[in-house]
Design a binder for this molecule. Structure first.
Ligand SMILES: [Zn+2]
Length: 477
């Protein structure tokens, strides 16, 4: 018997088999039961969440020998032909490769003919947003006066690119990105029925890697199954998929927390040598940061992220390593990295530089720490370094605020930090701690920060303290 890929073998054939899109199934079932069949449906949502599958089930419901029914038999000739993609009455069109006006003209001509076997002629147009403007205009004419036997089902991942004139003539349904837990449950069901056993941690790792797409999850599972004999453990699953377990992210975070740059770079080296898919590794790291930050903010993760019990424990143990402000800065550095990786000629260098940025960010005091220190007393002599930092921290927010006032406090903060790093190299080593030199403060060239630019309360406080402690001190000298 030839091997049938899981996504195909396990493609839902009835509304009740569709996973995670109950809100769509229920509404459509009710409308079919009540005989309120629309001439145009639009299914919007991310890739791999069941839009085309749902379209085929609707087609079967309408053309089943015992239909229209919300429970197609799956056995009649029409149902079988639709399932196998052979029905003369159900046209599946890929909008991406049939996007021109001539394609839609052809479609309009065929629309006029009655269905061959079923009650309806059903046109399923996938990625409908790809149609040209002219094609949409031609389509619109049919949508305005559709023959009674015609039903259109449009699917799109980019609903905002579909013209309003088309949207307003469709019944719209929004498909959800699949939750990790829902994917993991379904994969568990499949593996069991395929005669395999699988570790919970492997299930969750695959489900997370699929990023909300059941189709992706199933093809990842296909890969793993074809390399396994009976049992799938986490290690082999991850090795096959090039996914690195969360332990590595946590190890990396510990090195960052301890400011151990060499160890952090070594951990990256280890992962790269394992042959890991590095953009996916970085995405996993972002997930880990997100999970830690949500946990720190008291948000229950189980239903949101879908984590195995072991992973939850690991994250709990890493929670105390960073404060919220640091995690926020980290997340921006990693988001920037993810964007850069799309264009980077050398993934490794980009990732290494970002990891060093994370360590630098951890090493610098946060605004909250600076404010706290200043409130505790004036650290003049022994805390020279922090004073220098403060000076720079304070100056740059004002400068960047001039360009983008009242916006984006965190990235402003990041800019500040970059400036600090660069400035430190130019500051003379023998600066007198008691009298901050012009090179450090430069009151003439570094204007005193305004306080009316909509800073957050912490920054406002910092600026006030800066005035009180640093500027005034300098004046006295
Ligand atoms: Zn049937």
């Amino acid at each position: 018997m030839s091997y049938q890929v899981i996504a195909r073998k396990w493609r839902p054939q009835t509304f009740s088999e569709v996973v995670y899109q109950d809100h769509v199934s229920t509404t459509i079932r009710n409308s079919i039961k009540n005989g309120r069949i629309s001439h145009a449906y639009l299914f919007a949502g991310p890739r791999g969440v069941g839009k085309t599958t749902m379209a085929r089930i609707v087609a079967k419901s309408l053309n089943c020998a015992s239909g229209p029914t919300d429970n197609p038999c799956g056995k009649c000739r029409n149902c079988i032909e639709i399932r196998d993609g052979h029905s003369f009455d159900v046209m599946e069109i890929d909008g991406a490769s049939n996007r021109g006006i001539e394609n839609i003209r052809e479609l309009r001509e065929s629309v006029a003919f009655a269905p061959v076997e079923g009650r309806y002629k059903i046109y399923i147009i996938d990625e409908v947003h790809m149609l040209t403007k002219e094609a949409f205009n031609a389509l619109l004419k049919t949508l305005e006066e559709p023959p009674p036997h015609v039903v259109f089902i449009f699917a799109t991942t980019e609903i905002h690119q579909v013209p309003e004139t088309i949207l307003s003539r469709c019944q719209k349904f929004y498909f959800k990105k699949m939750a990790v837990g829902a994917i993991a449950d379904h994969l568990a069901h499949i593996t069991k029925n395929e005669g395999f056993t699988i570790d919970e941690s492997a299930l969750y790792a695959i489900a997370r890697a699929a990023d909300g797409s059941m189709r992706d999850a199933q093809s990842l599972l296909d890969q793993v199954i074809s390399f396994s004999e009976g049992h799938i453990n986490e290690e082999s699953a991850l090795a096959i998929l090039g996914i690195v377990p969360m332990e590595s992210h946590i190890a990396l975070l510990r090195h960052i927390a301890d400011e151990r740059a060499a160890d952090a770079i070594m951990e990256l080296d280890r992962v790269i040598n394992l042959g890991a898919d590095m953009p996916r590794y970085v995405a996993g790291f972002a997930d880990t940061l997100r999970a830690i930050r949500l946990m720190k903010n008291g948000i229950d993760l189980k239903p949101i992220l879908g984590l195995s019990a072991q992973e939850t424990d690991m994250l709990n143990s890493a929670k105390a390593l960073f404060n919220d402000e640091e995690l926020s800065v980290f997340f921006r550095i990693i988001t920037d990295l993810q964007r850069d990786l799309r264009f980077s000629p050398n993934e490794r260098i980009s990732i290494e530089m970002s990891v060093l940025d994370l360590i630098a960010a951890k090493a610098r005091p946060t605004i909250a720490e600076i404010v706290q220190k200043l409130e505790e007393g004036t650290p003049q002599k022994d805390e020279k370094k922090k004073n220098e930092r403060l000076t720079e921290e304070d100056r740059t927010p004002h400068n960047s605020a001039g360009k983008t006032p009242q916006k984006d406090e965190v990235s402003k903060h990041q800019l500040t930090k970059t400036a600090v790093k660069q400035e430190h190299r130019t500051i003379p080593a023998a600066t007198n701690a008691n009298a901050p030199s012009a090179a450090v403060i430069e009151p003439e060239t570094a204007p005193v920060p305004d306080t009316d630019e909509g800073n957050d309360p912490l920054t406002e406080k910092l600026i006030d303290l800066f005035h009180a402690k640093v500027i005034n001190n300098k004046g006295e000298q």
